[in-house]
Ligand binder design. Structure first.
Ligand code: PEP
Ligand code: MG
Length: 557
């Protein structure tokens, strides 16, 4: 048995056989073929037919919209004019691999130039070409594997689109070698309740088919587990499933202090599940997630429709919408300059919106219209605010559009340190602990090699949060937390002890956080927070908070 360490997302545990995500194939070389043209043509015809049949079979298994997409891909693969193009290249002495690569690429360019629906199919053609080339090489096709049974997916990292499309019936757990706890892979894994360990650098050594236990609570992947270990993991998974069915109550501490538990959402489609899991509203709606694949800025109408759908799902409840936060890890084609050397420190968040103020104004228009059409209590906030002036700029602009409650995210140390001034006029602050940790610790949240620094338990981060909590108390303004830290039950207690008045998280984390808050009073939470603040590093802060929390629970019993 060996343990591979990473950073766990959530508290789940799962077990199963590994299936590795294969890397994109390197492009084939243009060296002349050593086979005859007829042999090359026959190889390609076999590979194309094989890919087409595989896509059809997968389509039949998936059914619904996926079946239509996969059948369309199978037809593309067998398009006779594409075969003519491939064969013409083979006739000029090219290898089958190169001929497929080159002919598909030229078809893709033609489709892209046509634009519209056909243009959008261009990426599908790339996928088909990769599958044919993989067959010709006798290697697995790149992308999420389909071994035909449930599996533990092991990957370097996943694009948001890959994570969003994962088949949760099949993916038992996710292990990545890259990515920190606040990478968007981690966020989406948490949102979809996928048991995940990220930044497990040693997972590069895991082999297809070997059984592992993925323990997110401990941040450990166990290889060659014993049957006892497998049984224990199975029992723990069953216990958590039972806890998840405990009665839903509003978030509160043991002394009755209300701590609203809100949802982080990236699409209005997640609203019904969030409500079912006990979300008392929305603490962070990431609007940029709606437009990640748009090449042009969304229209006011498109936006109004999405926001109205969201707000209508929460009548009478607070819904905090963040204006577009495009940046390093989630660029928007219509807002970001792709050529920044260091995009995490570049024109992102409110800076990018200010540089394209029309887009910000249109978004505020759409939000105000959606607000007028629904009964939710809309709050709107700006991301990545770094100066008092930016906070004032956004708050004033939002009010000009009739937004009643306008606030800022505190994600940059400068705005945490000046929160007392910012909260002099902004209506609320919401602390984004993911970026606040990244910028405080100078550790890229996407980089597995520095994941150990990306720990919101670090006392330097906790001190900054305390500044914001104090500023909220002095100015009598709410201070929410919407970074991933709020989803860690013990850290949630610490955050409340530091002055947070509400917590927002992936809805799947709410049950665990609710249960832990109920074990501590506000005085306890403050003492537990003091214990964490007094530590020198993240690990000792966690241990000190754990010890303080346990001693409170013992005195209560
Ligand atoms: C954060 O930085 O903590 C946050 C909530 O914003 P995002 O994760 O979307 O950058
Ligand atoms: Mg952020």
């Amino acid at each position: 048995m060996t343990e591979l360490r990473g950073v766990g997302i959530g508290l789940g545990v799962a077990q199963g056989p590994v299936a590795r995500m294969s890397e994109p194939l390197p492009p084939p070389s243009d060296a002349p073929s050593t086979l005859s043209a007829d042999e090359e043509k026959a190889r390609v015809a076999d590979a194309v037919a094989g890919v087409a049949r595989e896509l059809e079979t997968r389509g039949a298994q998936a059914g619904g919209a996926a079946q239509d997409v996969l059948e369309a891909q199978a037809m593309m693969a067998e398009d006779p004019s594409l075969a003519d193009e491939v064969n013409a290249r083979i006739g000029q002495g090219k290898t089958g691999e190169f001929a497929v690569f080159d002919a598909f690429a030229s078809f893709r360019d033609q489709l892209t130039a046509l634009g519209g629906y056909l243009g959008e199919r261009a990426a599908d053609l790339d996928d088909v070409a990769q599958r044919v080339i993989a067959r010709l090489r006798g290697v697995p096709a790149p992308g999420v594997p389909d071994p035909g049974h449930p599996f533990v997916l092991v990957a370097k990292d996943l694009a948001p689109a890959d994570t969003a499309l994962l088949d949760l019936e099949k993916v038992l757990a996710l292990v990545t070698t890259d990515g920190g706890p606040t990478s968007h892979t981690a966020i989406l894994a948490r949102e979809k309740s996928i048991v995940a360990v990220v930044g497990a650098v040693a997972a590069t050594g895991l082999k297809d088919g070997e059984t592992v236990i993925v323990d997110a609570a401990a941040g450990v992947v166990t290889t060659e587990p014993t049957s006892d270990e497998l049984d224990r993991a199975r029992n723990r998974a069953a216990d958590r499933a039972a806890a998840a069915t405990a009665p839903i109550t509003d978030g509160a501490l043991a002394d009755g202090t209300p701590i609203p538990l809100l949802a982080n959402l990236g699409s209005p489609d997640g609203a019904a599940d969030a409500v079912a899991l006990g979300a008392e509203g929305v603490g962070l709606f990431r609007t940029e997630f709606l437009f990640l694949s748009s090449s042009q800025a969304p229209t006011v109408e498109q936006q109004r429709e999405s926001y109205t759908k969201l707000l209508a799902a929460f009548p009478g409840k607070k819904v905090v919408v963040r204006v577009l936060d495009a940046g390093a890890d989630k660029p928007l084609a219509f807002l970001n300059d792709a050529h920044e050397e260091n995009p995490a420190l570049g024109l992102r968040g409110i800076r990018a919106l200010r540089a394209s103020e029309d887009i910000l104004r249109e978004q505020l228009t759409a939000l105000a219209e959606a607000d007028a059409a629904t009964d939710a209590d809309l709050w709107v906030m700006a991301p990545m605010v770094a100066t008092v002036e930016e906070a004032r700029y956004f708050t004033d602009l939002a009010r000009d559009y009739g937004i009643k409650t306008a606030g800022v995210m505190v994600e940059v140390p400068s705005s945490a340190l000046l929160a007392d001034r910012i909260l002099g006029f902004s209506d609320f602050a919401s602390i984004g602990t993911n970026d606040l940790t990244q910028y405080t610790m100078a550790a890229d949240r996407l980089l597995g090699s520095v994941a150990a620094f990306q720990d919101p338990w670090h006392p330097a981060v906790l001190r900054l949060i305390r500044e914001v909590g104090d500023a909220g108390r002095i100015n009598r303004k709410p201070v929410g937390i919407c970074g991933e830290a709020a989803a860690d039950p013990l850290l949630a207690v610490v955050l409340v002890g530091l002055g947070a008045t509400s917590l927002s998280m992936a809805p799947t984390a709410i049950a665990d956080v609710r249960a832990t808050l109920l074990q501590h009073s506000l005085d306890d939470a403050r003492e537990i927070a003091q214990a964490a603040l007094a530590a020198n590093d993240a690990a000792s802060a966690r241990t000190a908070a754990q010890a303080a929390a346990t001693s409170h629970k013992e005195t209560q019993q």
